[in-house]
Design a protein around this ligand. Structure first.
Ligand code: 13P
Length: 354
């Protein structure tokens, strides 16, 4: 697909995955943000969510390692306490604003225990509004569950994979038509006791189908970012694969499924610990240096935010300390995206001063 935005889309996509940087996912829906706040006793108000997002976006020097951040609809309309809109706060420090466009995963009719992501209705108009506000990329997350349906048959079903891949492709084509770089996110959930091998099988089948659908909807691969989950053992699998096994299985799977023209790969963390998320990304770079046709980086949510949120706890007195932790995780993952992460970087979180 070629349109008025082609050059801009290519440039944006390349900037999102520029060497040494990755993306920050801070697009939790109100429900998800509130759940995380509740666990820490933080009031679940719009103002507290705004304060937290301000803490993130005003972290000194965050753009050293973060090329862009994915916002939620509530956040993109909010401003810092200075009155400067968050979109402007980001642009002022060279971070590209992105927006979550999907409306969440809903039960897929006829497929017990499986879900399909909704949000295609009126999407063209929503894209135009967000573009006018200054967003330059977008995200749509599909979720694929590994497990069993009610009749004890293995899932995911082909029907679920196809429905989600089709929606991702329709979304991606609309984004490119409207000037937003689509992040295409098919997440294979870590939940369950499945093995690394089963995760490989499901990830491979899903990404194959996603690219089949993207091709059929005329999506330009060099103007999109793929946001996959890593090929990893299920959280409850008794045999947990090693860091090198995860890195190897993940890169092999992507080399077998992702066209070389794709502008970049930016992983989600998907419930891995903060250390695992850094170590896995790092190992991919150390073990496969020079072998991948696309930039490989991160688009983490929890694996960047978690320590900062726990430090903040909703108290303004903790903002500086929380920002230091956020900067530190961004730095560790920036290093991992170049194969330069070292475990001793975890010993003492460095401050934001250079
Ligand atoms: P996690 O890194 O917490 O999985 O979040 C990334 C994301 O954007 C999920 O949609």
């Amino acid at each position: 697909m070629s349109n008025n935005y082609t050059q801009e889309l290519k440039k944006t996509a390349q900037s999102m995955v520029v060497e040494g940087k990755g993306l920050l996912a801070m697009d939790e829906s109100t429900g998800t943000a509130n759940q995380r706040f509740e666990k820490l006793g933080i009031p679940t108000t719009e103002e507290k969510r705004r304060e937290y997002r301000e803490l993130i976006l005003t972290t000194p020097n965050l753009s050293d390692f973060i090329s862009g951040a994915i916002l939620y609809d509530e956040t993109i309309h909010q401003a810092a306490s200075s009155g400067i809109p968050f979109i402007q706060v980001m642009k002022d420090v060279g971070m590209i604003p992105g927006i979550k466009l999907d409306k969440g995963a809903k039960p897929l009719a006829g497929h017990p225990n499986e879900r399909v992501t909704e949000g295609l209705d009126e999407l063209r108009d929503r894209i135009a509004e967000y573009y006018a506000m200054g967003a330059r990329f977008a995200k749509w997350r599909a979720v694929i569950t590994i497990g069993k349906d009610d009749a004890n048959k293995n899932i995911p079903s082909q029907g679920c994979i196809e429905a989600n891949a089709h929606a991702l492709a329709r979304y991606a084509a609309l984004c490119q038509e409207g000037g937003l770089v689509p992040i295409v996110e098919p997440e294979i959930l870590i939940d369950g006791d499945h093995t690394l091998e089963r995760c490989y099988e499901v990830t491979e089948a899903t990404i194959h189908e996603v690219f089949r659908q993207l091709y059929s909807q005329n999506v330009a691969f060099d103007q999109m970012i793929l946001k996959p989950s890593m090929v990893i053992s299920g959280a409850d699998c008794p045999m947990q694969a090693s860091v090198d096994e995860v890195a190897t299985a993940t890169i092999h799977c992507l080399l077998n499924t992702v066209p070389a023209a794709v502008a970049g790969i930016a992983f989600l963390s998907g419930g891995q610990t903060i250390i695992q998320a850094s170590a896995h990304l790092n190992a991919m770079h150390v073990m496969f240096k020079g072998q991948c046709p696309w930039p490989v980086t991160f688009s983490y949510g929890r694996a960047i935010q978690e320590p900062a949120l726990e430090q903040w706890k909703g108290d303004s007195a903790n903002v500086d300390a929380a920002q230091k932790l956020l900067y530190h995780r961004a730095m560790c993952n920036g290093a991992a995206s170049q194969g330069m992460y070292q475990p001793d970087m975890e010993k003492e979180p460095v401050g934001t001063a250079r």
